[in-house]
Design a protein around this ligand. Structure first.
Ligand SMILES: CCCCCCCC/C=C\CCCCCCCC(=O)SCCNC(=O)CCNC(=O)[C@H](O)C(C)(C)COP(=O)(O)OP(=O)(O)OC[C@H]1O[C@@H](n2cnc3c(N)ncnc32)[C@H](O)[C@@H]1OP(=O)(O)O
Length: 229
C-alpha cells in the first residue's frame, strides 16, 4: 500500500467502544471519498444482482469474477467491524454504520440535515429495500427512523440510545423518493422523547415515537457531535 490512510490500530485509543484515532482530517476525508465511491459501485451491484435477467451461465461467470475481487479486498482487512472513530479536531467517522456508513453498500445511505427544530433527510430507496411488492420493508422503515430520531436526540454533544421505539404504519411506503423527519417532543431527566415520520409523494406513511435514554456514564462525556451507532 503506497498511499497513507487512516491506521486502524496504530496509535488508536479505544474508549467505551469509540476509538480516538489521530489520522488528520484531510486524510480521513480523502479515504472516506475513496471508500464511498467503492460503496456506490457495490450498491449498484446489489441492485443489478436483484434485477438481473441474464442467463444462468453468465451469472456463474460474473460470480467467479466477483469472487476474485472479494479476495483482493480481503488481502488487507480490519480485524472486526469498523466502529466509530474520531480525531483531535472531533472529525468523527463510522464507515460501517448500517444507515449512514460511507463504506457500507447496504446503507441507503442516509444524509441527515440538522435544523433548528429537528432533523430531516431525503433519500431514494430501490429494490434492495423491498418488503411487500413495490413497498419498503417495515423493518427498514424502523431502522431509518431509529437512526434519524437517535441522531436528533443525540445532537448537542450528548449521546442517547434507543430505549423504546413505537411504529405506526399508516399506509404502505412506496419504494422511490422519501423524506424522513424527526423532532424532540420533550425531555425528562435522561429521557428524550422524539417523534419521527416518513413521507412519500402521497403524504405521511409511517409515524414513530421514541424514548431515547442518555446512559448515566455517557452523560456529558464530550464525545464528538453526530457520531452515530
Ligand atoms: C468517550 C466515549 C463515549 C461513548 C459515546 C458513544 C458515541 C455514540 C454517538 C452517538 C449516537 C447517536 C446516534 C444514535 C442513532 C441510533 C440509535 C440506536 O440505534 S442505539 C442502539 C439500540 N439501542 C440500544 O442498544 C440500547 C440498549 N439499552 C441500553 O443501553 C440501556 O438499557 C439504556 C441506555 C436505554 C438505559 O439504561 P440506563 O441504565 O441508563 O437506564 P436506567 O438508569 O435504568 O433508567 C433511566 C431512565 O430511562 C428509563 N428507561 C430505561 N430504559 C428504558 C427503555 N428501554 N425504554 C424507555 N425508557 C427507559 C427509565 O425508566 C428511567 O426513567 P426515570 O428516570 O425513572 O423516569
Amino acid at each position: 500500500m503506497t498511499s497513507r490512510r487512516p491506521s486502524p490500530e496504530a496509535s488508536a485509543v479505544n474508549v467505551g467502544g469509540v476509538v480516538r484515532d489521530d489520522t488528520p482530517t484531510d486524510e480521513v476525508d480523502r479515504r472516506e471519498a475513496v471508500l464511498e465511491s467503492l460503496a456506490g459501485t457495490v450498491r449498484e451491484l446489489i441492485d443489478a444482482a436483484i434485477r438481473t435477467t441474464v442467463e444462468d451461465a453468465e451469472v456463474h461467470r460474473i460470480r467467479a469474477d466477483l469472487d476474485a475481487l472479494v479476495a483482493r479486498l480481503r488481502t488487507a482487512q480490519l480485524p472486526g467491524p469498523a466502529g466509530i472513530r474520531y480525531n483531535a479536531e472531533l472529525r468523527s467517522w463510522n464507515w460501517g454504520n448500517a444507515v449512514m456508513g460511507a463504506a457500507n453498500a447496504i446503507a441507503p445511505p442516509l444524509r441527515v440535515v440538522h435544523g433548528p427544530s429537528g432533523c430531516h433527510a431525503d433519500l431514494v430507496l430501490g429494490a434492495a429495500y423491498e418488503g411487500p411488492p413495490g413497498l419498503v420493508h417495515g423493518g427498514v422503515s424502523a431502522m431509518l427512523l431509529d437512526h434519524i430520531m437517535g441522531e436528533t436526540a443525540s445532537a448537542m454533544r450528548r449521546t442517547a440510545f434507543t430505549g423504546t421505539l413505537t411504529m405506526r404504519y399508516r399506509r404502505g411506503t412506496p419504494l422511490g423518493p422519501l423524506r424522513l423527519e424527526a423532532g424532540i417532543v420533550r425531555e425528562e431527566g435522561r429521557k428524550i422523547f422524539v417523534a419521527g415520520s416518513i413521507t412519500a409523494a402521497g403524504g405521511v406513511t409511517v409515524e414513530a415515537d421514541g424514548v431515547f435514554v442518555q446512559p448515566a456514564a455517557g452523560t456529558g462525556d464530550g464525545s464528538p457531535q453526530q457520531a452515530s451507532t
